[in-house]
Design a protein around this ligand. Structure first.
Ligand SMILES: Nc1ncnc2c1ncn2[C@@H]1O[C@H](COP(=O)(O)OP(=O)(O)OP(=O)(O)O)[C@@H](O)[C@H]1O
Length: 310
């Protein structure tokens, strides 16, 4: 559905995008993650045929960005990170205006506008002025606008930026709904946790270069050098911690949460900590808890990027 090869954009000496190669199949939801200035908007604008690359290949829905711009524009819905809304226009008029631009006529136009309004949960605001909407509502209206012509592919540039926590959750739910409709979605964000549970693939980009391309699980494993487990044997945690320190597979041990848990980091070559249960029981302890410590997705992001922006 979307394919790029060695896609590059230079501004003078600066590589806004350097040899980007990625592929999205039908139904993929690809999280494009990177700090400010990483090249996300540049990529989206090239794919939307609004910006020419310096070199490299890209195609959307089988059409080349060089020869099939018209077809691409018909096939995609592109929501930029910033878009203007017009003064003195009601929500429904705003959508009708764009529906007309997409040449959706007569009754079909009315029907389509109502449909997308319902989808983004703005039906109750249909007669409100667009300028009176909150940021979250404006973003949802922006999304409604790019859904009018029923595109198969959506390019969404930071749809949740500037939203409060509730509006972020609403936006995430909306993206899940679009995913279940089978849309192919490229969605950017500078926050990994925000996208982790809705995307089946992610790309981490920094200074124009794709540093990681794969699924969330693989990203976590790439960053996690050590497996860490949380263990409890109740009252006897202190003595168990001392025993654990002597296991050859264990790198280091720490008593945490006022000694109610033991944090056990395994040596780098150890993939699985389930042996801890068996061994502690053999040592005569009654095991109350054993679980792998969850890795913070922010840490994954920080681990893959170096925190340098252009
Ligand atoms: N028209 C331009 N002229 C010169 N440099 C530009 C131009 N447009 C973008 N850049 C530079 O290209 C780099 C990538 O910018 P881009 O907007 O793609 O980043 P981004 O990942 O979308 O960041 P943000 O999250 O801030 O939108 C930045 O260093 C930016 O300053």
């Amino acid at each position: 559905m979307i394919e790029t090869r060695d896609l590059t954009k230079k501004y003078g000496d600066l590589y806004a995008l350097e040899r980007l190669t990625l592929k999205l199949d039908r139904g993929d939801v690809y999280g494009f993650i990177g700090p400010n200035g990483a090249g996300k908007t540049t990529t989206m604008r090239i794919l939307a045929t609004l910006l020419n690359p310096s070199w490299g290949e890209a195609s959307v829905c089988g059409y080349s960005i060089y020869t099939g711009a018209k077809d691409i524009r018909r096939a995609i819905g592109y929501m930029p990170d910033f878009f203007g809304v017009y003064d003195d226009m009601k929500v429904v008029e705003y959508l009708e205006f764009f529906a007309a631009a997409y040449r959706i006529q007569g009754q079909e136009r009315k029907k389509k506008c109502e449909q997308v309004l319902e989808l983004v949960d703005l039906g109750y605001k249909r007669d409100a002025l667009v300028t009176s909407l909150s940021r979250g509502m404006t973003q949802r209206l922006g999304l409604a606008r790019v859904l009018l012509h029923e595109p198969q592919v959506l390019l969404l540039d930071e749809p949740a930026s500037g939203l409060d926590p509730r509006a972020r959750i609403e936006m995430r739910e909306l993206l899940k709904e679009l995913r279940s409709m089978g849309k192919t979605i490229l969605v950017s964000s500078h926050i990994l946790p925000e996208l982790a549970d809705i995307c089946n693939k992610i790309g981490i980009i920094e200074r124009g270069k794709l540093l990681f391309n794969g699924d969330v699980e693989t990203a976590i494993n790439q960053v996690r050098q050590q497996r860490v487990y949380l263990v409890s044997v109740g009252e006897q945690n202190a003595s168990a911690a001392k025993k654990l320190e002597r296991f050859s597979e264990v790198d280091h041990v720490e008593l945490i949460e006022r000694e109610t848990q033991i944090r056990v980091a395994l040596k780098n070559d150890q993939e699985d900590g389930s042996f801890l249960a068996e061994r502690l029981i053999q040592e005569g302890y009654r095991l109350k808890m054993l679980k792998e410590e969850e890795i913070d997705l922010e840490d994954v992001f920080m681990g893959i990027t170096k925190g340098i922006t252009n």
